[in-house]
Design a protein around this ligand. Structure first.
Ligand SMILES: NC(=O)c1ccc[n+]([C@@H]2O[C@H](COP(=O)([O-])OP(=O)(O)OC[C@H]3O[C@@H](n4cnc5c(N)ncnc54)[C@H](O)[C@@H]3O)[C@@H](O)[C@H]2O)c1
Ligand SMILES: O=C(O)[C@H](O)COP(=O)(O)O
Length: 527
């Protein structure tokens, strides 16, 4: 039974999938402190959060069973991603479900700040009928600058066009073609600062976007500009904004997010008549909350059940077409790795992976992750496909990936060489239609066996009688041989024998085999 802890208010309707799953038990405990979470997290396989719970390294350290952290929303700045990756915990988010809600909230804020709706409401309900103070501005024919033209920024741009606004966008990853397609001109941050009547930000908060708009930009702005932030506190320098409002450069600002949430009672936004605020409500619609909770529940189930998933934040995304092509090879790659990890003696310093045939046209990095995971499976505790590359890197293992278009006798071939100080070991495997996984090369020896169960690899000199001696010795020790393969390059030269056996051969049996004349070494493997 998998245990899932929901530590923020997440839509019950959205996580119904988890409540309904027979192999999942859900606990909802919101508003816990870090200490309280540390005390209980050890029981859970998955943690579901929104933006309130700060998922720290300490919490993850105590979460010894934790396999996945699901963020029902976009921003993952409340989760220590590096710590999660290091511990092999998958972090997933729900990037699409709240796009429209946040875009619509941005528009609500833009219109509210254009027409002073919250201020007018406040006066009206207090009994004042003031029709002079609140003369607003129209959006039509105004210039809207959008910083961050991703999902939300693009939706805001579309709506702004319908309102008759001219849109200038800034996003280092936005191509001119795409900008043209959505009818947006491209400009730099400073261009936008100088030309815009309204600016809205829709980037994540990163070291590059922190204070993307600060004093230098406010100094460039035209008097009467209006500023909206429904992305993350800190993208706009809060103190510089207050100064710009007080100097009359900024006529109004609308903020849904703060550098520190919730803001202190004396925060300068809270008593400024030209700054309107909401308490991080961008994603707070019934629809968005259901969407993100459904998305995240589906992904959590996939991860807990070892099924493919798509929205991992701490792993590169794998497009569906690439996943469908590579997935059949994941097991093969991992088994090649597991065998190599057991036969290569010493500390690994380089792994060379070569892909040939069908595999050269796709991004094979997800498969490489499975191979690296396999190699270190019996060497490093809690390695998985999330932290495999990270752990290899922290151990100074150089990973080289090659692709070869030269035709071999196989339609696909994965060849892996593991290099240690002592030796180099190579294994190649393929997927044969209708047959399945086969190992077809060990070092320079052609072989053909399925990578499964207990194996014995016997390196020996190709001399008459050896196969019989090995068979007799194993038989005398009650080790039954299921299949046997011999690979050699030349008659009488060095050779390899691969035996699949029904149970693990005891150590004494391996030593007895190794002491036989013409046998160089014997390795027992479990796959
Ligand atoms: N207020 C809320 O409740 C709420 C709800 C949803 C999302 N958000 C915030 O909104 C942000 C945007 O969400 P999204 O779904 O559109 O994300 P997204 O990833 O689709 O878009 C972010 C865009 O920012 C761009 N970007 C990154 N660095 C940049 C930089 N230095 N300068 C300019 N652009 C840069 C990226 O290229 C990307 O196109 C999220 O990061 C999240 O923090 C807030
Ligand atoms: O990044 C997000 O998805 C938004 O900031 C929403 O956060 P919330 O789930 O805490 O409302």
């Amino acid at each position: 039974m998998y245990k899932v802890l929901v530590s923020d208010p997440i839509s019950d309707m959205g996580i119904q999938l988890l409540y309904d799953a027979e192999d999942v038990e859900v606990d909802k405990k919101t508003g816990l402190s870090e200490d309280e979470l540390v005390a209980i997290i050890g029981d859970y396989d998955a943690l579901l959060v929104r933006s309130q719970t700060r998922v720290t390294e300490r919490i993850m350290g105590a979460g010894t069973k934790l396999k996945v952290i699901g963020r029902a929303g976009v921003g993952v700045d409340n989760i220590d991603l590096e710590a999660a990756t290091g511990r092999g915990i998958v972090v997933i988010n729900a990037p699409d479900g709240n796009t429209i809600a946040t875009c619509e909230h941005t528009f609500a804020m833009m219109m509210s700040v254009a027409r002073s709706i919250p201020q007018a409401y406040k006066k009206t309900v207090s009994g004042e009928w003031d029709r002079k103070t609140f003369v607003g501005v129209e959006l039509r024919n105004k210039v809207l600058g959008i910083l961050g033209m991703g999902r939300i920024g693009s939706e805001v741009a579309k709506r702004a066009k319908v309102f008759g606004m001219e849109v200038i966008g800034y996003d280092p990853f936005l191509t001119e073609e795409r900008a043209e397609k959505i009818g947006v001109k491209l400009g730099s941050v400073n261009d936008i600062a100088a030309k815009a009547d309204f600016i809205t930000v829709h980037t994540p908060l990163t070291s590059e976007t922190r204070h993307l708009i600060g004093k230098a930009q406010f100094d460039l702005m035209r008097k009467g500009i209006r500023i909206i932030n429904c992305a993350r506190g800190g993208i706009i320098d809060e103190l510089a904004l207050v100064d710009a409002v007080n100097q009359g450069i900024v006529a109004g600002a609308a903020f849904d997010v703060f550098e520190v949430e919730p803001p202190q009672a004396d925060h300068p936004f809270l008593n400024n008549p030209n700054i309107i605020v909401t308490p991080h409500l961008g994603a707070s619609t019934i629809e968005a909350q259901e969407n993100v909770a459904i998305d995240v529940s589906e992904e959590v189930l996939h991860i807990l059940r070892d099924q493919p998933f798509k929205n991992a934040v701490n792993m590169p995304p794998v497009p569906a077409n690439v996943l469908s092509k590579l997935q059949p090879y994941f097991n093969l790659g991992e088994k090649i790795g597991v065998i190599l990890g057991q036969i290569a003696q010493g500390a690994v310093h380089e792994i060379v992976v070569s892909y040939a045939g069908d595999l050269i046209d796709v991004d094979t990095s997800p498969l490489t992750r499975h191979i690296v995971k396999g190699i270190f499976t019996n060497r490093l505790e809690s390695i998985n496909i999330v932290n495999a590359m990270h752990l290899a890197k922290t151990r100074d293992v150089n990973i080289v990936v090659q692709k070869s278009s030269t035709s071999s006798s196989f339609t696909n071939l994965v060849t892996v060489t593991v290099k240690t100080k002592q030796e180099e070991k190579t294994l190649a495997g393929t997927l044969l239609a209708g047959i399945g996984e086969r190992i077809v090369l060990i070092d320079q020896y052609p072989v053909d066996f399925p990578p499964a169960g207990h194996l014995l690899l016997v390196s020996h000199n190709d001399k008459p009688g050896i196969i019989g001696r090995v068979g007799t010795l194993l038989g005398n020790n009650d080790v039954n041989i299921a299949t046997m393969q011999v690979g050699r390059k030349v008659i009488g030269g060095s050779a390899i024998m691969v035996l699949t056996i029904d149970k693990e051969a005891p150590k004494e049996v391996l030593s007895a085999l190794e002491s036989q004349s013409e046998i160089v070494n014997v390795r027992g493997l479990k796959i």
